[in-house]
Design a protein. Sequence first.
Length: 244
Amino acid sequence: MPRRITAAMASCTLSLGALASGAGVAAAAPSAPAIDARAAAVDRCSYQVVRSDDSRYAYSVRGVVAGSARELPVQKEDFVRFSGSWLKVAQVDACSGGRGPAPETLSVVGKLENPEYYEPSVPRTIRSDAVKPGASSLIPKALALTSVTRLDAATVRVTWEPAQGNPDQVLLMERKPFYSSEIDLWHPYTFQRDAPAGATSMDRKLERNPGVPPASRSHAYWMRVIKGGFVSDLRAEKPTAVEP
């Protein structure tokens, strides 16, 4: 990406972060805020941690394994909308790529980024309670797309397999070009579309604006399932790409 565009995006991000941090300072309680977190096993080595988010902080997940605490590598993470609220979902590797015992507890630590911009009363470190991971049965099963069919030049029908186990929400994930007026740039952006209960297809419009750069024109679709505060395995999501 050209340096001019990168600088513009960084400036925009910093401006938004400053606004968010100002609101956070005004609303901060005298005591250090806690991170609300829950965890469950995805498989023998992978664990999902769902947590609240404060954009002022950089987060890590720690696990107590065989009595020793260590930071766990992140396999994949994303923001997910739960009942109108945005939470961060991270999947971490408790085995560090090999075989090892299951973690006894998991916890999240947040370190304040750019502390020089904040009053001393803003906590430099925030933490969650140590949580014992739930069973893998808490993680809902991912749904596979069965087809992405072009209905006309500007419309596709995305079809997926029926949901099992009465999930709280099925989401159609859609990555498509998005125009940001702040930086005067088209760039890929991921949207979460709520699928109606029982639905197995959704029609989506393709972005065909001639101003979209060739490298950003591709669209992609995949499915995500939410149940009981947990999300289907993020690593199992396989986007299907189409060209407008």
